[in-house]
Design a protein around this ligand. Structure first.
Ligand SMILES: [Zn+2]
Length: 333
């Protein structure tokens, strides 16, 4: 973790707090929105000592006392966004509600609060179907243990909103818009009057949002991601504030680049499928430089390859067969 927390004014009454993450992607952006009724904190960072110090320093710098926080709002359930929601709520003496979409609350229950055993069978079946050895289960468990420790404590007071709802965050009025594919529960927030979008991880600069098919992901996440990008592209956005990297000025242009990237990758994956078929893992090996990958990175590459294969399947470009418990993908001739 080599980046220091930084606080920067990025729009009138909106401060961006950049917190360190112990991953290859080494930071996450949280936002503090000033309002007459108090401050809104948007997304929270992974619960690490460095991240927590970052929040305390930001509160100190902006003169925010525990009673000044009106609410804590989340875009999605991933640990770098959900992680410190409970700790921040506790800091306010449990006065500030943590607000999230219905689907984020359900996902938090399934991923972070349910006993680990409840998804072991599902995960084992997923690894086998995609050609990964049973030994990968240990790496899954290890990373889940680490992540679960970094999202505690859980918030005690949760308030739910639905996509389409209007929300006041700081002094601005936003509409929550469901954004599928990166995290299926994700909501982004659109302030039409100011052409401002708080876009979570749906659109990012320089890196492409991860779109993977995991054991509990509903069918064809990539198809839903691409459809949502086309939908979001129609919004009139002057400035988008994302969960990682810098702010986005040409929102529609960045979406066009992401659409083109996935089209290219779909073509590459389609071409990597041998005539007699291959497993998700074998296809991923032909597309990603997997020799240098950690088990964690291999799982992400496989999940991303599977998301592309599912989309090709839906488009009728590939067929899927099961052979001895492993899925084989074949080109449709
Ligand atoms: Zn993120």
């Amino acid at each position: 973790m080599n980046i220091a927390p930084t606080l920067e004014l990025v729009a009138p009454d909106i401060h961006r707090l950049r917190l360190p993450l112990p991953f290859a992607l080494d930071h996450v952006n949280c936002y503090l929105l000033r309002g007459e009724g108090g401050w809104t904190l948007l997304d929270t960072g992974l619960h690490t000592p460095e991240g927590w110090q970052g929040w305390l320093a930001a509160f100190d710098q902006l003169g925010i006392e525990p009673g000044d926080v009106e609410q804590i709002v989340l875009t999605h359930v991933h640990p770098d966004h959900y992680g410190m929601a409970g700790a921040l709520q506790a800091w306010t003496g449990n006065a500030a509600p943590v607000r999230m979409s219905v689907a984020t609350d359900q996902a938090a229950e399934a991923i972070w609060r349910s006993p680990a055993e409840s998804w072991l069978d599902e995960t084992s079946a997923y690894l086998r179907c995609n050609g990964l050895e049973a030994s990968f289960l240990e790496s899954v468990l290890q990373s889940m243990r680490g992540m679960r420790a970094a999202v505690r404590p859980h918030p005690e007071r949760v308030e739910i909103f639905a996509s389409g709802d209007g929300l006041s965050l700081g002094n601005r009025h936003f509409r929550a818009i469901s954004a599928q594919g990166h995290a299926d529960d994700q909501c982004v927030f659109y302030d039409e009057a100011d052409r401002l979008l708080l876009c979570g991880d749906q659109v990012l600069m320089r890196i492409t949002p991860n779109v993977g098919s995991w054991p509990t992901t509903p069918a064809n996440p990539l198809g839903r991601f691409l459809a949502d990008l086309r939908h979001l592209r129609r919004l009139d956005v002057g400035l988008a504030l994302p969960g990682h990297r810098r702010e986005i000025e040409d929102f529609a242009g960045r979406i066009d680049e992401l659409l083109a990237h996935h089209q290219k990758r779909l073509n590459a994956i389609r071409q990597a499928i041998p005539a007699d078929g291959a497993s998700t893992l074998e296809i991923a090996r032909r597309v990603f430089p997997m020799e240098s990958f950690t088990p964690h990175e291999i799982r992400f590459a496989v999940a991303e390859t599977l998301a592309h294969l599912e989309h090709l399947l839906e488009e009728g470009q590939v067929v899927q067969e099961e052979r001895e418990g492993t899925w084989l993908f074949l080109p449709r001739l």
